[in-house]
Design a protein around this ligand. Structure first.
Ligand SMILES: [Zn+2]
Length: 214
């Protein structure tokens, strides 16, 4: 497996490039502002063929450069239907913030349980609303990795105070759909450093507090 992270934009958002070494097929997960040219040159350097751009959710910092990137690569864009309206109007949930982000219509919609094949990699979609209604995570079983977007971070969780946020739903989804993965699953979040399910299960203060009061 080939995995690269690109950190970019005003709130240090991480986008990822995951690819199968044999087939050279690649999937891009989240496209922060000012990441477009970096994704294009990474794909060229590694001689990869992008087959999909998947958005974990519709927040502006994760979709910032998706329209120009999709246009220049000619690659289809996937999002969960509940977050598709945000992709069309990325600044709609952030009144007062004026950033030049181009909205777009998704090419395909993804639901929980769907599987995206990328060469020998199989990316299973986990729908985990709470940070946004249509937030999805991608789990790859062979490599045992999870792309967690803004659901789970190293020692933290996604905020739930934005429109569509729901703390109870977020914690229930983390407990029932994320912590059910094995402790050695490597977690690549939408902000900050990578972590593991085991570390978060045992050290994440938000998870520990929630489990204590269940
Ligand atoms: Zn977000």
């Amino acid at each position: 497996m080939i995995l690269h992270s690109i950190e970019a934009g005003p709130v240090d958002t991480r986008g990822y490039l995951i690819a199968d070494e044999q087939s050279r097929e690649a999937v891009i997960v989240d496209v922060p502002m000012e990441s477009h040219a970096r994704f294009v040159s990474l794909l060229q350097q590694e001689r990869l063929h992008p087959i999909a751009i998947v958005l974990t959710h519709g927040h502006f910092d994760h979709v910032g450069d998706v329209a120009p990137l999709a246009r220049s690569l000619g690659t289809p864009v996937y999002i969960h239907p509940a977050d598709a309206p945000m992709l069309e109007q990325p600044m709609s949930n952030f009144p007062g913030l004026d950033l030049p982000i181009e909205g777009m219509k998704a090419t395909h919609l993804l639901e929980g349980g769907d599987v995206l094949e990328c060469g020998g990699l199989r990316l299973r979609i986990i729908h985990a609303p709470g940070h946004t209604p249509g937030h999805i995570l991608l789990y790859e079983m062979r490599e045992n990795i999870l792309l967690s977007g803004d659901v789970l971070f190293h020692s933290s969780i996604g905020r739930t105070d934005l429109p569509g946020g729901d703390y109870d739903a977020l914690m229930e989804n983390i407990t029932k759909k994320v912590l059910t993965l094995s402790d050695d699953t490597i977690v690549y979040p939408g902000h900050g450093e990578a972590t593991t399910i085991g570390f978060e299960r045992n050290h994440n203060p938000f998870i520990l507090e929630y489990l204590e009061h269940l």
